[in-house]
Design a protein around this ligand. Structure first.
Ligand code: CO
Length: 302
């Protein structure tokens, strides 16, 4: 009986993957194109620590399962990180402009750039400009560019996105949110898109006053989080990154042992602090949100 159940689950899982594959990557009917070569370029800020790269690999694996017939490549935007990986590990990772130039050279015709950014901030603006550049090349010198090039939106791009993300992280941390508070720490930015974090807080607060959003470089700030935390009755706090990867920021600024980390300062305030070192990219429900963004990008460029 046990075997049968697991066999059924295996079949169910397989057909779920196949459904996802059809939904994510099928071309519209009645549009045959000769020599079509489709590719997906995943773009992440990057990470040079294994725990951070694990989250990017997890996203890439989810995309590959959803799109088994499409070539999937990964590029980073942080030159510092790419140079560090090349120097220390001898691995070459391309930034988006180089990755796209190589794909054009290799004969890809239809390329979808999958942003893994959380908010449409400066990093995303830069990526958009690179894609725009390739669109101009494709329009003016088709042989040097692509037949089609699309770009997905970041995870927090609309009011519906705030609700979806709030639902996903509230579900993921339901148990921790009942026994104490959960603080999700995003990167934060001077860019206007920083407002996305406060909007996400609004959507999360509706689910539980124990879920708090903070950022390292923007708003809500650490002090904003502390003030809200004091208004809850929580004695214990889980601190989790609201970032694709649990990389340098998560390991040092959030969970580090230095006196100014979030873990240390909240501990000094009297809270029992448990750091979570898992990036959003490792959360299957977040991977599905990213696949939804991919799907939207594929639909709008085809
Ligand atoms: Co940073």
């Amino acid at each position: 009986m046990k075997l049968k159940v697991s066999a059924f689950l295996a079949v169910a899982a397989c057909s779920a993957i196949m459904l996802a594959a059809v939904a994510a990557c099928a071309f519209p009917k009645g549009e045959p194109v000769d020599n079509r070569r489709e590719g997906i370029l995943i773009v992440a800020f990057g990470s040079s620590v294994p725990e951070g790269e694990a989250a990017i690999t997890a996203v890439a694996d989810a995309v590959k399962s959803a799109c088994p017939d499409t070539e999937v490549r990964v590029s980073y935007t942080s030159r510092i990180i790419m140079r560090k990986i090349a120097r220390e590990q001898g691995r070459v990772i391309d930034e988006p402009a180089i990755a796209l130039a190589k794909m054009a050279y290799e004969g890809f015709t239809d390329v979808t750039v999958l942003s893994t950014h959380i908010i449409p901030g400066e990093e995303y603006d830069d990526l958009k400009a690179v894609v725009e550049g390739f669109r101009i090349i494709s329009d003016t010198a088709p042989k040097a560019g692509f037949r089609r090039i699309g770009l997905s939106l970041p995870l927090l791009s609309s009011s519906a996105d705030f609700e979806r993300m709030a639902g996903v992280i509230a579900d993921t941390y339901a148990a921790q949110g009942k026994s104490g508070a959960v603080v999700f720490v995003g990167h934060g930015t001077h860019h206007f898109a920083d407002a996305a974090y406060s909007a996400l807080q609004t959507a999360l607060s509706r689910r539980s006053p124990n879920f708090l959003i903070g950022t390292i470089e923007g708003l809500p700030s650490y002090d904003d989080v502390l003030a809200r935390l004091k208004s809850t009755k929580a004695k214990s706090v889980h601190v989790a990154p609201l970032m694709l990867v649990a990389g340098d920021h998560a390991q040092n600024d959030i969970a580090g042992d230095e006196p100014d980390s979030w873990k240390s300062t909240l501990t000094a305030e009297g809270y029992k602090v448990t750091p979570v070192l898992t990036g959003l990219g490792q959360n299957e429900a977040v991977q599905n949100l990213i696949l939804d963004k991919l799907r939207e990008a594929l639909d709008s460029t085809r």
